[in-house]
Design a protein around this ligand. Structure first.
Ligand code: GLN
Length: 539
């Protein structure tokens, strides 16, 4: 089977859901029995997303092979129910880095190395490699940003060149936005017409236009866009705001999008099976009970939108687990600094069925997190700590159970007498030499689980693999003292003996994990620890 490529580009404005659109188109083609993979292209100069502030840029997603990528990669993994690799992600920085390295190694054999064509050719090489690696029938390629900016022009050029080479097997989707200005109360198509023309000026013509908007697009507007943008009416797709992103594949199928795409590719249509997916998306509407989870961390004043983006995989994993427990979920964001100002505020936590502390960095709000963990431990509120949430659970235990009152992570207190979370020499060197990019403990590592633990029971297997992203580690010098006082070390890395999971035995659910289980949760295959946490919370 030939490789087919679908480029997804944005028009009018950013933030309209290109990533979910890309993932959803991939899903409906996968549901027709084709092997689909997805690539994210980010136009910024950063080599990866690891050095970017998640409050500004959204979550840093981590792949099995340890790449720190854009959060859209998480959407692709969740929708396509697959694990993607570093080859599925690229940035301007990464592409230039390779081209410059090749030039230094004389790989261009004395030629003048130019922005065009050498940069687009490197992009094309990467796209084809990812597609071949995944043995994909169809490869979704999302180009970040919107048409008309300088930043993504070389990626559009790569796409244009691929289309020129093989027009039948390359197609373009423009994801646009149709505003409804309140003073008019009418959906406007002009910005999309302009976006199409801007795309045309790069030598690319969209085969499909996905029209995002608050509302459904009506027939007159579909016809108008068809005529003015020069695409068939059935190729103009309406994509109004929906309750859940998991409803979008079915929304596209109700407009026969996969049939139209397969027709355009001259691929034989196969029957579609989206039934399991649709059933999953429907559970949330039927669920009667609601489980209330408090997520505690240092939170920012930038409003909920950014917040949700910074922790998108945690939020999605909580939803998947709630639905698997036939429940809806309410997630409240709790600023740990509130507890530093006034300890009495901790009582607020008893309103929750469970408390989760997600990953994080730095010193702000940390004492508030530690008080939170103490409260959950003592009041027997189900507690799930992820990465920093695990590290701080051991700090809390060392301080308040072992009586080592100044115990800390060296991330916050370098000179602490009891460095229960410490840093290995290699990482120390990285920090000293300001080598921050791509140097944390990253990607998938095996973990052996202890018989009789909550984790062993939840996973149902003795060895698991989970993705990491952290610089600091549990200090094994404290292992014995913890275990003697009731904290079980239930997960360790087989090679290094690094502690990956701690839990409490005399508690309904108290689990801290050094890794990021949220990256592995899928809507149809919720993560076992999230599922067990929510189950305990409901109980
Ligand atoms: N800041 C901690 C570390 O670097 C935890 C990181 C995280 O939570 N992702 O080890």
């Amino acid at each position: 089977m030939k490789h087919h490529y679908i480029f997804v580009v944005g028009g009018v404005m950013s933030g309209v859901g290109k990533g979910v659109t890309t993932a959803s188109i991939g899903k409906i083609l996968q549901a027709r029995g084709f092997n689909v993979t997805a690539i994210k292209i980010d136009p910024y100069v950063n080599v990866d997303a690891g050095t970017m502030n998640p409050v500004e840029h959204g979550e840093v997603f981590v792949t099995d092979d340890g790449d720190e990528t854009d959060q859209d990669m998480g959407n692709y993994e969740r929708f396509l129910e697959t694990d993607l690799l570093s080859t599925n992600y690229m940035t301007t920085g990464r592409v230039y880095q390779t081209v410059i390295e090749k030039e230094r190694n004389l790989e261009y054999k004395g030629k003048c190395v130019q922005v065009v064509p050498h940069i687009p050719l490197e992009v094309i090489g990467r796209i084809k490699k990812a597609s071949a690696n995944a043995k994909a029938d169809i490869t979704m390629v999302e180009i970040g940003g919107t048409v008309g900016e300088y930043e993504n022009i070389l990626f559009l050029e790569a796409a244009r060149m691929m289309h020129l080479e093989d027009p039948e097997n390359v197609l373009f989707v423009l994801v646009s936005y149709l505003p409804v200005p309140p003073h008019l109360g009418e959906m406007k198509t002009k910005p999309t017409q302009h976006a199409t023309r801007t795309l045309n000026s790069t030598g690319i013509h969209p085969d499909f236009i996905v029209c995002r908007g608050e509302q459904f697009m009506d027939k007159p507007r579909r016809e108008k866009l068809s005529v003015f943008c020069n695409v068939k009416p059935e190729s103009v797709i309406t994509a109004p705001d929906v309750k859940s992103i998991y409803d979008i594949p079915a929304l596209f199928e109700s407009q026969d999008l996969s049939t139209s795409i397969l027709k355009r590719f001259k691929m034989k249509p196969r029957t579609s099976d989206l039934s399991k997916w649709k059933a999953m998306a429907a559970v949330q509407l039927k669920a009667e009970k609601t489980v209330k989870i408090g997520v505690v961390g240092k939170y920012f004043s930038t409003g909920e939108f950014t917040l949700a983006d910074s922790y998108i995989s945690v939020i999605e994993a909580l939803k998947h687990a709630a639905w698997a427990n036939k429940s809806k979920i309410q997630i409240d964001w709790i600023n740990s600094e509130d507890f530093e100002k006034d300890e009495k505020e901790l009582k607020r936590l008893s309103e929750y069925d469970g408390v989760l502390v997600p990953g994080g960095f730095g010193t702000r709000g940390i004492e508030g997190v530690i008080s939170t963990i103490r409260y959950c431990r003592e009041k027997k509120i189900p507690y799930f700590g992820i990465c920093y949430g695990m590290q701080l659970a051991t700090v809390e235990f060392a301080r308040n159970v072992l009586g080592k009152t100044t115990a800390h992570t060296v991330e916050v207190d370098e000179a602490t007498k009891d460095p229960i979370i410490h840093i290995n020499p290699l990482q120390k060197k990285n920090v000293r030499e300001n080598r921050y990019g791509g140097t944390m403990r990253l990607g998938a590592y095996d973990c052996d689980l202890k018989t009789g633990s909550i984790s062993r029971k939840a996973y149902g297997s003795a060895t698991i693999s989970e993705r990491h992203r952290h610089r600091y580690e549990f200090n094994n010098e404290y292992a014995q003292a913890l275990e003697e006082n009731g904290m079980m070390i239930s997960g360790t890395n087989p090679g290094s003996g690094l502690v990956e999971i701690v839990e409490l035995t005399d508690h309904p659910f108290f689990v801290g994990v050094q890794f990021h289980p949220e990256f592995r949760s899928r809507p149809l295959n919720p993560h076992p620890l999230f599922k067990a946490f929510i189950k305990a919370a409901i109980k």
